[in-house]
Design a protein around this ligand. Structure first.
Ligand SMILES: *[C@@H]1O[C@H](CO)[C@@H](O)[C@H](O)[C@H]1NC(C)=O
Ligand SMILES: *[C@@H]1O[C@H](CO)[C@@H](O)[C@H](O)[C@H]1NC(C)=O
Ligand SMILES: *[C@@H]1O[C@H](CO)[C@@H](O)[C@H](O)[C@H]1NC(C)=O
Length: 423
């Protein structure tokens, strides 16, 4: 514990570097220093001793994410504990040992036999406040064990020309104008700055149950015309965005695994593709393999106010969130995506997609890196109409289709001069 006191090593190092003294003097000095150090230790340990007696239990510095390992009754945590047991190479052989089995919670002795994706009817009994949870939670929990939906629209040849940058955009079937604006601006497939850029849009089903009009005819026309749509057979809802992530990662491994980099983002962001490529080209070699950058949110924990969009009840999840990059857009390497897919299979689906990705990174021992160029909370209002505000940023949220086209044309203008601009 005392080793954590930074005073000691720094103190000694400083003395050594600033004083040139003879051997005898230094021995005397060493003895004095040692005395000071020992008396410091005594004082500090006395203080700590008093502290211990008055507080009773040891001080634990805030709840850490990995405390999800401790047995918990919250539904997500329990599911995760099951997965941890299944994928843990040591514990995996353990269930043959009766005494170990006996110590496990009862529900671990009933591993899910659910293979097909039917609602898990046991869930309402396993989540104490199930009946009072918002509908989206009931839907999520009933289908949380379903992780593989069929692909309806595929583009197996999308990456035949090895992409330097793959732009993977989360979209929703009715957002035709956003997709078209992206195609005409920052998501222009082909060559940007002499690098192969490929764009793909990720879709689920805009279900009639959610009162969406039938757009299947228009979608299949769009898919044929642009060959840049992927669609899977799950209901496209906010809580199913995590499925969009895992299905995309799976598809990437099958059809695009040699792409160098991926930018995954929403269809209402503006991406400065030139700036992204410039950034990637100047990346130090050591950073390329584990690259994961974005607008990083740290020290977050679940919202417990049920009126909020990001509300998570305690019966579903307890613990802090790991550091994660805001889902509006983040940039990572192809090799990392392949590993991310593997790990994602060992993490229970979480209803907030970017937090889920943060959990996967955490499990891989990685931390997403902050980059100031990702403006998921927009730039200052007074700069939004200023073309130079976009010159050096990587991504900004949110922009309409018309704004995307406007900003792209500003940036494409060879006469754009930002030398004397403050931005
Ligand atoms: C089962 O596990 C317990 C505790 O970990 C251990 O003491 C015991 O020897 C094990 N039994 C067998 C048969 O491996
Ligand atoms: C474009 O890239 C190709 C292949 O990497 C290279 O040979 C060519 O010189 C580049 N052109 C420009 C204008 O940078
Ligand atoms: C996710 O998609 C599945 C499959 O379409 C659906 O049954 C489930 O209700 C959806 N979940 C949410 C939270 O919308």
């Amino acid at each position: 514990m005392f080793l954590n006191i930074p005073l000691h090593p720094g103190f000694v190092a400083q003395r050594q570097s600033t004083m040139a003294v003879g051997p005898r003097k230094s021995r005397v000095l060493g003895a004095i220093l040692m005395l000071i150090f020992i008396s410091l230790l005594v004082v500090v340990s006395r203080k700590m001793g008093q502290h211990k007696h008055s507080v009773q239990k040891p001080y634990i510095p805030s709840t850490r994410f990995w405390r999800w390992w401790k047995w918990s009754e919250s539904f997500w945590n329990r599911e995760q504990q099951q997965l941890d047991l299944i994928y843990n190479p040591i514990l995996n052989v353990a269930p043959t040992n009766d005494s170990l089995v006996a110590r496990m919670p009862w529900w671990l002795n009933h591993p899910q036999a659910l293979k097909r994706c039917e609602p898990d009817r046991r869930v309402p009994r396993q989540v104490e406040d199930y009946n009072t949870l918002p509908q989206r939670f009931q839907d999520f929990l009933l289908y949380m064990h379903c992780r593989a939906y069929p692909i309806l629209i595929n583009q197996p040849h999308l990456c035949d020309d090895r992409p330097f940058l793959l732009l993977a955009i989360k979209s929703l079937a009715p957002h035709f104008d956003r997709r078209q604006a992206i195609r005409q601006s920052w998501g222009q497939a082909g060559s940007v700055a002499n690098r192969t850029v490929v764009t793909v849009f990720l879709l689920g089903i805009a279900s009639p149950a959610d009162n969406f009009p039938d757009l299947s005819g228009m979608l299949s026309h769009e898919a044929k015309r642009h060959r840049d749509l992927l669609q899977w057979e799950y209901r496209d809802s906010f809580f199913n965005l995590t499925l969009k992530e895992t299905h995309f990662l799976e598809w990437f491994g099958q059809h695009c695994s040699h792409a160098h980099y991926i930018l995954k983002g929403d269809d209402d962001v503006f991406v400065n593709t030139w700036q992204i490529i410039r950034y990637l080209e100047h990346l130090p070699e050591v950073m390329t393999k584990d690259l994961f950058v974005g607008d990083v949110i740290r020290n977050a924990s679940p919202h417990r106010d049920h009126r909020l969009k990001y509300f998570i009840p305690e019966s579903v999840f307890v613990g802090d969130y790991p550091p994660y990059a805001g889902g509006g857009g983040y940039l990572y390497s192809g090799p990392l995506a392949l590993r991310l897919y593997k790990v994602s299979q060992q993490v229970a689906l979480f209803p907030i997609d970017d937090v889920f990705t943060g959990m996967c990174l955490k499990k891989m021992g990685l931390v997403p890196e902050e980059h100031k160029g990702f403006k998921t909370f927009d730039v200052d209002k007074k700069y939004r109409e200023n073309p130079c505000a976009y010159k050096n940023l990587m991504l900004v949220h949110s922009r309409t289709p018309q704004e995307m086209i406007q900003i792209w044309s500003w940036l494409a203008d060879p006469n754009l001069d930002c030398q004397n601009s403050t931005r």
